[in-house]
Design a protein around this ligand. Structure first.
Ligand SMILES: CCCCC/C=C\C/C=C\CC/C=C/CC(=O)SCCNC(=O)CCNC(=O)[C@H](O)C(C)(C)COP(=O)(O)OP(=O)(O)OC[C@H]1O[C@@H](n2cnc3c(N)ncnc32)[C@H](O)[C@@H]1OP(=O)(O)O
Length: 250
């Protein structure tokens, strides 16, 4: 996590696809706490993979899990997201590869998004027979508005880079990762002279409702997740999806 002029670049590096397991989520959570403690001036979130930003939640954490491990997994995801979404420093996602589901959530939790061409992002959960939790949905709604979010979430739509720009899911398209980082740095530079306290107060004002909804219902949210994924038909769906992903690799 290099810090240049108080700006940190956090590069996810969990090959092959930066899927988010408990350990990876804990690392991200610790990183966001550290950045806050170190009074970081801005953060760029990106990936070391040339093709994938993040494949979202690690499906193996949800397939035939032990109950306590599944609970810990979900609580760690909530912790990580609460820290990122409420960060006092400005945040940018440099989306240098595909960003389905939880990968899309990570980018939606940042304040500004730059994407490279020819990749896809979106909350595709419906297509997998699972449901994007309320706070995932809220993040999408906050970015693109009620009507577009409803259509996208019902269909589990994956947007191309160009479609994402058109609907407002991202702010800019860059030609490659290098330009993506340059544009992310330019956004952070544009924020640098704003009074930090005023800036973060306005940001939290906009995000307060979405954050409170999860904060006041964390246990209920965890129970919904557990009850949902332990259903036999959901487990069957996850098994088939995992098989289809590995068949593709074979
Ligand atoms: C309002 C009321 C709400 C009620 C809510 C109720 C319940 C909530 C319950 C559940 C919600 C759970 C939320 C989940 C959100 C998620 O994030 S689910 C994850 C969704 N992710 C995906 O669908 C992405 C799947 N992956 C891909 O599409 C592709 O891998 C890729 C990212 C486009 C990359 O393609 P590429 O060709 O480069 O790689 P491969 O496909 O060959 O994959 C390589 C390797 O990695 C494995 N893998 C890929 N993705 C995942 C993953 N997400 N988890 C685990 N493993 C993954 C893949 O299997 C390959 O493995 P190998 O065969 O062993 O090499």
């Amino acid at each position: 996590m290099p810090l240049k002029m108080g700006v940190a670049t956090v590069t996810m590096n969990r090959p092959p696809v930066n899927s988010l397991n408990t350990e990876h989520l804990e690392t991200l959570h610790r990183t966001f706490i550290r950045l806050e403690n170190e009074k970081c001036r801005g953060m760029i979130l990106t990936s070391s993979s040339p093709t994938v930003f993040s494949a979202g939640l690690d499906i193996r954490e949800m397939y035939k899990p032990e109950l306590e491990k599944a609970r810990k997994f979900w609580r760690t995801l909530q912790d990580m997201w609460l820290k990122l979404y409420s960060s006092p420093y400005p945040t940018v996602a440099a989306i240098n590869g595909h960003a389905p589901a939880g990968g899309c959530l990570l980018s939606l939790s940042c304040e500004y998004r730059v994407i490279v061409p020819k990749v896809r992002m979106g909350l595709n959960e419906t297509q997998l027979g699972i449901v994007a939790p309320q706070w995932f949905q809220d993040c999408m709604r906050n970015a693109i508005g009620e009507r577009e979010a409803e259509k996208a979430l019902i269909a589990g739509r994956m947007f191309s880079s160009e479609e994402a720009l058109k609907v407002g899911l991202v702010d800019e398209i860059a030609q490659n990762k290098e330009e993506c980082i340059q544009k992310a740095e330019a956004f952070l530079a544009s924020q640098a002279n704003l009074p930090m306290l005023a800036r973060k107060t306005v940001k939290l004002g906009f995000r307060h409702q979405t954050l409170s909804r999860l904060l006041t219902g964390r246990e209920a949210d965890t129970k919904i997740f557990i009850d949902y994924i332990f259903q036999p038909k959901v487990q069957k769906g996850l098994e088939m999806y995992l098989q289809s992903l590995s068949k593709k690799a074979a």
